[in-house]
Write a protein that binds this ligand. Structure first.
Ligand code: G16
Length: 552
């Protein structure tokens, strides 16, 4: 019989406010005395208060360092707090989209996802704890705020005696506790998601297109959780030779890399694609929800363009056939490329703050069917998370239906809808004070009497601090970014990242829309906007930096 104990704590923590997508902290921070217990107890209590009856909880993770220490801790604390059914991915692995699928299809109350997504892992890296609610999506602000409030004054946590659950074997362990029986099931973390994808896409059609045309494709799982899924879907189902699937073994430190699928951190895939050997390449992040799409010779598809192209090619994806297409959503800093498609095809369009959680209520209310973000996230209402492998399969569906290359698809899209030249400049690892100073500088231009300089050779039409009212729940989100819009529709947006684990990262989003068939280097074309951004933010003087850390 496992006995439960209420452990009184002496230390409470005031820094456990979840960010854009859960609590993300350096491993060393979460290893402090009672730090993780403090957050978990607050989370479990909040779930019990909000959902008094359902006690079925999923526990997933991206395989990063410290996950296998925290999983048994969650089992012990959940059991002591009255949870009755706990589902864990084999080896503790469950990608974020797979968690969302499982929660939805198996009526879980929600899931605890141990992931810091694209942030580096290992003992000196980051750790993350995220909660997803019963619709399978990230907890909305109302839930994370309730958790945060509890963390600040916590004085105890509940836990049962140590348990031994073999995570490497699928099966069930029934724990007899003084709270009653608790079933702990270790399941295949891929199956449910894989089956769902099989109902959305015509996988045999993609397979035969690749085989008949001798088309080579490659995927880079960046040593994150997607590796086994990539082997199953790309390898077993689509027939891709496993030697073309790289970094597919999940590693606790992601092999020392930064598992963020962008041009900088996925440089290995970019180089591979430049060899011209592959027609299509995709990289995924640590927890498998982000994707980067590349065409032959390294042709880069910006995430904003990816969303627009998929929206314009819905007919290539069987899931959308015969289903009402409700509309499309994009986050504020995502370019307006999809807006052009929505306008032409008569779809409604919603502009939300950054964070997938803002799409959930719109999908639940059947107001959007498809959404995406500039931060390499794309997905549909099949789940409530962005879904990296879904995006790859959406692209392969388009290529196999239209029988043309990635570059041809994108260039014909630009011809039809115009082109949004787009880039994001990140200034990472600033101090919190420097971040606040930059945001205060740009925010000062929202005042009605502020004199705003020219953006290149055009005047600025407006400068606003973006706020959002969820049309379904009425929830408000304030201070979501400062947006400068020129008279010709160019935008420069400033925002503080919400996924870092310390200090501040300023993101500057730059967007110029052209219908004139302009060609040329994106950074050159955006240069007047960069100059404007530097002028209004004074970021170089404030940060002492002469260039962004990352340009994507
Ligand atoms: C998370 C959210 C995304 C969001 C991104 C923004 O991504 O899930 O919806 O776009 O953060 O990050 P930041 O606040 O740093 O700009 P992920 O993949 O880290 O979970």
């Amino acid at each position: 019989m496992y006995k439960s104990t209420r452990v009184e704590t002496e230390i409470s923590y005031s820094d456990q406010k979840p960010g854009t997508s859960g609590l993300r902290k350096p491993v060393k921070t979460v290893q402090q005395v009672n730090y993780t217990e403090n957050f978990l107890q607050s989370l479990l209590e909040t779930v019990c208060e909000l959902e008094p009856t359902n006690r079925k909880l999923l526990i997933g993770g991206d395989g990063r360092y410290y996950n296998t220490t925290v999983i048994p801790l969650i089992v012990r604390m959940a059991a002591a707090n009255g949870f009755k059914e706990l589902i864990i991915g084999k080896d503790g692995l469950f990608s974020t989209p797979a968690c969302s699928s499982y929660i939805r299809l198996n009526n879980c109350v929600g899931g605890i996802l141990l992931t810091a997504s694209h942030n580096p892992g290992g003992p000196d890296g980051d750790f993350g704890i995220k909660y997803n609610v019963a619709n399978g999506g990230p907890a909305p602000d109302s839930v994370t705020n309730a958790i945060f409030e509890k963390t600040k004054t916590r004085t105890f946590y509940n836990i049962i005696d140590p348990v031994d659950i073999p995570l490497n074997a699928i099966g069930e362990t029934v724990l007899e506790t003084d709270q009653g029986q608790v079933s702990v099931r270790v399941v295949d973390g891929i199956e449910c998601h894989e089956q769902l994808l099989g109902t959305i896409f015509d996988l045999p059609k993609i397979k035969s297109y690749l085989a008949q045309n001798n088309i080579c494709i490659t995927a880079d799982a960046m040593a994150g959780v997607m590796g086994p899924t990539v082997h199953r879907i790309f390898g077993d189902v689509l027939g891709v030779d496993p030697s073309h699937l790289i970094r597919c073994t999940p590693l606790p430190d992601f092999g020392g890399s930064h598992p963020d699928p962008n041009l900088v951190y996925a440089a290995q895939l970019v180089e591979t694609m430049k060899s011209g050997r592959y027609e299509f390449g995709v990289a995924f992040d640590g927890d498998g929800d982000r994707n980067m799409i590349l065409g032959k010779d390294g042709f880069f598809v910006s995430p904003s363009d990816s969303l627009a192209v998929i929206t314009a090619n819905l007919n290539c994806i069987p899931y959308f056939a015969g289903r009402k297409f409700a509309g499309v959503g994009r986050s504020l800093p995502t370019s307006g490329a999809v807006d052009q498609v929505a306008k032409k095809l008569g779809f409604s369009l919603f502009e939300t703050p950054t964070g997938w959680k803002y799409f959930g209520s719109l999908m639940d209310a059947d107001m959007i069917s498809l959404c995406g973000e500039e931060s390499f996230g794309t997905g549909s209402n099949h789940i409530r998370e962005k879904d990296g492998i879904w995006a790859a399969l959406a692209w392969l569906s388009i290529l196999s239906t239209r029988e043309c290359s990635v570059e041809e698809v994108v260039k014909s899209h630009w011809e039809e809808y115009g082109r949004h030249f787009y880039s994001r400049h990140d200034y990472e690892n600033l101090s919190t004070e420097q971040g606040a100073q930059v945001m205060a500088a740009v925010n000062s231009f929202t005042s009605p009497d502020a004199a705003i300089p020219q953006m290149g050779d055009t005047e600025v039409a407006s400068c606003v601090n973006f706020s959002y009212t969820d049309p379904v729940t009425g929830d408000r989100a304030l201070n979501q970014g400062v947006v400068f819009t020129s008279k010709t529709g160019s935008r420069v947006i400033f925002r503080l990242s919400g996924t870092g684990s310390s200090g501040a990262t300023i993101r500057i989003y730059l967007e110029f829309y052209s219908t004139g068939g302009e060609e040329g280097d994106v950074q050159d074309i955006l240069n007047p906007l960069v100059k404007f951004a530097l002028q209004v933010s004074d970021i170089r003087a404030i940060s002492g930096r002469h260039a962004p850390t990352v340009i994507t």
